[in-house]
Ligand binder design. Structure first.
Ligand code: BV8
Ligand code: ZN
Length: 251
């Protein structure tokens, strides 16, 4: 899909927008080489269901299995670079009057692309903390001598209470950080244009945000090579990849 195939109204909405909200999912990092959540499991991990591994119950049952999985994902992310989609979103923040960027991703690639004040709904792979006392834990950026082999790995012990350090992500069944959710809900309820990029729109409450914006009369644009449950609601569905299409939205 090329720029001249974009509905002209879309570029007008963008140019006249007083407040653009963008919600991203795993699809926006797919072209950086990070598999989407649904296909995040290969090799040793392909025998597990991500929805099972990404739960407090799984960590309590087998901390090494879950910690190993997150260290493996973190090592993948540290070997990747933001792609043209991340960079276009960072540039859009300069070109529009006001941009609120909300992500479900835990990879930190929006921040690495230069996007300011990213609302990370589901936390980050780079901000682990103690399961018991909440003490933040600093991880070595890259331990070249011992790259994760994609096997279980015992989690570090907390320096202050000795309990397990856990990944700094929001697991299924856990509530989202209240301040970040409140800011995201507010942005969805006050934006005049919301773009949903690279998400299957299945996980709640994140998936409610485009629906809140739509209910409040905002224009809804979806960028995804595949159809999702959001299609019928969207004013424009751009069928293609994030890194191919997003740069076309820039002036
Ligand atoms: C699955 C779903 C049915 N379950 C939920 O939503 C649950 C339960 C629930 C709550 N409310 C509900 C209401 C209805 C139904 C269920 C619920 N929600 C929760 O548990 C939430 C917490 C949810 C957060 C979980 N943590 C994640 N991540 C961090 C960890 C980690 O990463 O390991 S969610 C994780 O999965 C989601 C994956 O979705 P996507 O990012 O969209 O990725 P996916 O692979 O699915 O799709 C990729 C898309 O990209 C497209 N694509 C591919 N390539 C490209 C490309 N190149 N360009 C563009 N697009 C592309 C594809 O076509 C595809 O459409 C993301 O949110 C991601 O962060 N907490 C909670 O509600 O707390 C309060 C509470 C507590 C107790 C009981 C009730 C309420
Ligand atoms: Zn502790």
């Amino acid at each position: 899909m090329t720029k001249d195939q974009f509905p002209p109204a879309l570029l007008d909405w963008l140019r006249t927008s007083k407040h653009l909200a963008i919600l991203t999912g795993a699809g926006v990092s797919q072209e950086s080489g990070i598999p989407t959540f649904r296909d995040a499991l290969s090799g040793f991990w392909s025998r597990f269901d991500p929805m099972q591994l990404a739960t407090p119950e799984a960590f309590d049952a087998d901390p090494s299995l879950v910690w190993g999985w997150y260290e493996w994902r973190r090592s993948q992310v540290l070997e990747c670079q933001p792609n043209a989609a991340h960079r276009a979103i960072a540039e859009l923040a300069v070109q529009v009057q006001r941009l609120t960027l909300i992500t479900q991703n835990v990879d930190g690639l929006h921040e690495r692309a230069g996007s300011p004040d990213v609302l990370c709904l589901h936390g980050s792979l780079h901000r682990p903390y103690c399961r018991a006392c909440g003490e933040p834990h600093r991880l070595p950026q890259r331990d070249a001598s011992r790259p994760p082999k994609g096997q279980p790995m015992p989690p570090p012990a907390c320096a202050s209470c000795g309990d397990h350090i856990r990944p700094g992500v929001v697991w299924f069944g856990e509530v989202l950080p209240a301040d970040i959710w409140t800011a995201s809900e507010k942005a969805a309820g006050s934006c005049d244009l919301l773009m949903s990029v690279g998400t299957s729109s299945l996980v709640y409450p994140a998936a409610a945000l485009p629906r809140i914006a739509h209910r409040k009369g905002a224009k809804l644009v979806q960028i995804n090579p595949e159809p999702t449950s959001l299609d019928p609601l969207a004013d424009v569905n751009l069928r293609g990849t994030a890194a191919q299409l997003l740069p076309h939205l820039l002036r």
